[in-house]
Design a protein around this ligand. Structure first.
Ligand SMILES: Nc1ncnc2c1ncn2[C@@H]1O[C@H](COP(=O)(O)OP(=O)(O)OP(=O)(O)O)[C@@H](O)[C@H]1O
Ligand SMILES: Cc1cn([C@H]2C[C@H](O)[C@@H](COP(=O)(O)O)O2)c(=O)[nH]c1=O
Length: 229
């Protein structure tokens, strides 16, 4: 890995991001998405990137409805509600940020749909066609940890308001398996995927690792080398 310009080199301007850069973080409940997203945002901003932090479901009225309705809305209705929020979020918020050249760090994106919508009965072909027009992320980060660790973290954090905030290991195992399948699906499709365990690394280290990959992708893009493998 090229370490000549780490995110901590505040004296060297970071590579710019014409067209913006979208990095999404997905993974099972309790794996550390929200914590890592915040730290990644802060790290990139400290390195001089124009960075915004976004979350899905979004903060719009559609997103608020989706986020707080997992106990009352099920199956395809929830799948479609999440898709409505995601497209609304894209057109009103994510795409304008990207057009302005910002680095957007997003807590959950389309990979979550492949997992949670499947858990609710949707077929993968249906989910794939639903998101045919969604701009892919420039880097899809999949955070991993053992189901036991995820359940323990979610339990100790509290505030488990959703039926997808699993507090039993069997559900967490199923969720973890679907995230692993989804990461493979994205890789097979040629999309840029980074799988990273949060089990052995402190949150700062996880965020630093992702920030380094973002920088490497931007450097490669800048140099006309396309993407980091
Ligand atoms: N790398 C880590 N090492 C140890 N603990 C962590 C790590 N990352 C997050 N945590 C802790 O795990 C708990 C869950 O983290 P967080 O809320 O960020 O997970 P999440 O993936 O966003 O969960 P959910 O999808 O359920 O909202 C928090 O108490 C957080 O402090
Ligand atoms: C993006 C997305 C989210 N959900 C559900 C999963 C959770 O219940 C909430 C998100 O809250 P968290 O604090 O990030 O865990 O929304 C969903 O069902 N489908 C989706 O695509």
């Amino acid at each position: 890995m090229d370490r000549t310009h780490t995110p901590h080199d505040l004296n060297t301007p970071p590579p710019t991001a014409p067209g913006g850069f979208l990095v999404s973080l997905d993974g099972p409940s309790g794996v550390g998405k929200t914590t890592t997203t915040q730290q990644l945002h802060d790290l990139l901003a400290a390195a001089g990137h124009r960075t915004v932090l976004e979350t899905q479901p979004s903060s719009s009225p559609i997103g608020a409805l989706a986020r707080h309705s997992t106990h009352t809305i099920h199956g395809l209705a929830l799948t479609c509600l999440m898709a409505a929020d995601r497209y609304h979020h894209l057109t009103t918020t994510l795409l304008p940020h990207l057009a302005a050249g910002r680095v957007v760090v997003c807590d959950r994106y389309t990979p979550t749909a492949f997992v949670l919508d499947q858990l609710d009965g949707a077929e993968t072909e249906f989910i794939a066609s639903l998101y045919r027009y969604a701009r892919p992320a420039d880097l899809f980060v999949f955070l991993t940890a053992s189901p036991r660790v995820c359940v323990d973290r979610a339990r100790s954090r509290g505030s488990n308001y959703s039926r997808f905030h699993h507090t039993d290991t069997r559900s967490a195992e199923r969720e973890q398996a679907l995230f692993a399948e989804t990461a493979q699906r994205y890789q097979r499709a040629g999309l840029p995927v980074l799988e990273l365990s949060t089990q052995a690394l402190a949150t700062q280290e996880v965020a630093a690792h992702i920030a380094e990959r973002v920088r490497a992708e931007l450097v490669a893009r800048h140099a006309g080398r396309g993407r980091v493998a």
